[in-house]
Each structure stands twice: as C-alpha cells, then as structure tokens.
Write a protein of this length. Structure first.
Length: 367
C-alpha cells in the first residue's frame, strides 16, 4: 500500500533541511528562491518500537518497517495558482500526494532570506492555502462546465452532484477553505475524483530555532502557528529542522547522546511520521518468523481477509483463519508464539475479525 506525503511551503522555510532529516539525505539547502525545481523524492521508514523489540528478542534475520513516500515539492509564492514562480507545475506535484506536510518557518535568521522579507507564520500559511484554494477553484469550475453538458443530456448522476459542485465553487470564490463546510463522508466520496488539494489531510509543521528547542519555551511564532492549526482543526507538529538534520547523520550511539543533550526522548521527526501515518487513517499489524519481523500498513477498520491480501492477494482469496496475538500479550510471553498458545492468548479469528493496531498475525489459507 504505497502512500505519498508531500512537503509544501513558501520558499526558504526549511523544507529541504527537513527532507534531509527525514531521509538521511544530504541535499544542499540553498538561500535563494526556487532552489528546488524538480521535487526530491524518497521512501522513509516509519519508526516502530514494536518491530525493534521483536527483532531484538527473537530469531528474525531482519526487520522491515512500514514506509511512506516523501516528496519535497518546490516552494510556492503568492500567485502560484496563476503560474507565478512555476506555480502550475508545483501545484500539479501536490495533486499527486495523499497527505500534505505544510512546513512553516517559525524562527528569525538574518542569513536566511524570507520571500516576504519578514517572518509571519499566519500570513505564510494563509498565502499557501489561498494558492491551493484558487487552484481548486479552477478545477471545480472546469468540472461544472463539463457537468452542464451532462445535465442537458439528463444524466442523473451529473444532476445529483451539481449542488455540491456549486457549494464548493462558492466556497472557493470566497477564498474560504472547504474545511469550514464540514463536508459529510458521502460528499467527500462524491468529490474524490476531482482530487482537490484542499481536501487532502494536512499537518502544519512548525520549523523552530535551535534556541527554542533548547529553552523548551514556545516562541510567539510557534504559538501563533499551533493556535491557527487548532482553530482550523489541523494537526500540528513542532520540530527543529536544523537539529533533526544533524541527528539523522549520526550513528546510533552518537544519536542517543545527541538526543540526551537536547533533552529529547526520540527525534522529533518520529512524531511527525507517526502523525502523518495516523492522519492517513492507517493502522499496523505485524508478522514475525525466522526470516523477518515486518510491519504492514492497512486502513483502520480493515477485516482479516483484506489485511491478509496486503501481504499477497492469494491470502485474501483463500483465507481460512488468522492466528492473532495482541502485541502486549506477545511481549508478556517473551515474544514466544508457543508460550502465547500455552497461555491461551493466541486466538483464531475468522473473516469478520477487524484487525487491531499491533496485532501479531499468522494467516492460514487454503490451497
């Protein structure tokens, strides 16, 4: 289940620095507009302590984490929706992702040029969101024009969706974000094929200074950005891109010392990845054996046969039963399936079983 997140923001807000940290890359950040033109792409492991513990306490030869595809999309500027700064190309890149990581600059640095010559997180967020709204207005307007022809031909589906398209168009023309409409699940489903950028799940990522990280005291910039995110019902994460990029280049032992120095339990990017994973409505089940311990991502609420199909389509078609142990029970049994069976915490589940996050599963299928 390949899932893609796109990093967006104004130019020079630290997107490439955070991308480097996420991917342990070494792409050179540049202090000028449009340093990134073609998007940088990478596959990133989603940290999972459960995988680490099973690997450390079992006989598995390797461990395999869940992954997310991360795309560092070139910086936007005001007027992007009308083509300013290669905006149409960049907005097309955003349209291809499943979730948006909106990087917002929350630090002062006279050596890093700001496109508007001053730091103002709320203005910056609204600049990006306005460009996305204008681009989506263009998309909806084109669809309405196409729909008119279908309505003339008495197409029932076109007639049924017309009021929703008009509602979206009115919202965008007012430069309002569609989150204010509180769209229903059925309305979201009806709009899915438009692939509207503003309907994608979004995390506001506050890129803070090293001084703020050390002091553990939020700056005025960060408070404003996180307050805005809460008011707009958006997820928010605070990280220091500069420090995270340094951490990502260290070996495990050095990394632990570095984290202790900054009073961190884990890299801030771990929280970002987990938040992105959750935002996409994903859950994790685990498989383990002599070959590997592996995390598999599935949609929350997925039933056992469909989860088996994530491993191989034949497992879904020929599904019989799933032997399931919760992670906590597996850990209590010293990561021994034999011990779990002995204690009666390994249970057989059928086709109606809804897989829970952290389930350790063996699927049984027919010939």
């Amino acid at each position: 289940m390949a899932l893609k997140t796109g990093m967006v923001g104004l130019t020079n807000v630290g997107k490439t620095t955070i991308f480097n940290a996420l991917t342990s890359s070494d792409i050179e950040p540049s202090n000028y507009t449009f340093a990134t033109i073609d998007p940088n792409k990478a596959v990133v492991n989603v940290p999972d302590a459960r995988v680490d513990e099973i690997f450390a306490n079992g006989t598995c030869a390797r461990k395999v984490y869940n992954t997310l595809d991360v795309v560092d999309i070139a910086g936007l500027i005001r007027g992007a929706a009308k083509g300013e700064g290669l905006g149409n190309k960049f907005l097309s890149d955003i349209r291809q992702v499943d979730a948006v990581l909106h990087i917002v600059r929350c630090f002062d640095d006279e050596n890093v040029v700001h496109v508007d010559n001053s730091v103002n997180p709320i203005r910056d967020i609204e600049t990006i969101e306005t460009e996305l709204i204008i681009k989506d207005l263009e998309t909806v307007t084109k669809r309405i024009e196409k729909n008119v022809k279908l309505i003339r031909a008495k197409d029932k589906e076109a007639m049924g969706v017309a009021p929703l398209y008009d509602k979206m168009k009115n919202c965008f023309e007012d430069l309002s974000h569609p989150r204010t409409l509180q769209l229903t699940d059925s309305e979201m489903a009806a709009l899915a094929d438009l692939n509207l950028i503003t309907l994608k799940p979004q995390i506001i990522v506050c890129n803070i200074s090293e001084e703020e990280l050390v002091s553990k005291s939020e700056s005025e910039y960060t408070r404003a950005a996180t307050r805005y995110a809460k008011e707009q019902n958006c997820a928010a994460v605070t990280i220091c891109g500069k420090v995270e990029a340094e951490i990502s280049q260290l070996e495990a032992e050095e990394k632990n010392s570095f984290l202790e120095e900054y009073g961190l339990v884990e890299p801030g990017l771990n929280a970002l990845l987990k938040k992105a994973y959750s935002l996409l409505g994903l859950s994790t089940f685990l498989t383990e054996g002599d070959i590997e311990v592996r995390a598999w991502n599935i949609r929350q609420g997925m039933l056992a046969p469909q989860a088996a199909g994530v491993i191989h389509t034949d497992f879904e078609k020929k599904f019989i039963k799933a032997e399931v142990i919760s992670y906590d029970d597996f850990k209590a049994c010293d990561f021994s399936r034999a011990e779990a069976r002995k204690k009666g915490v390994a249970r057989l589940e059928g086709k109606s079983y809804e897989v829970k996050d952290g389930d350790v599963i063996i699927f049984r299928s027919g010939q």
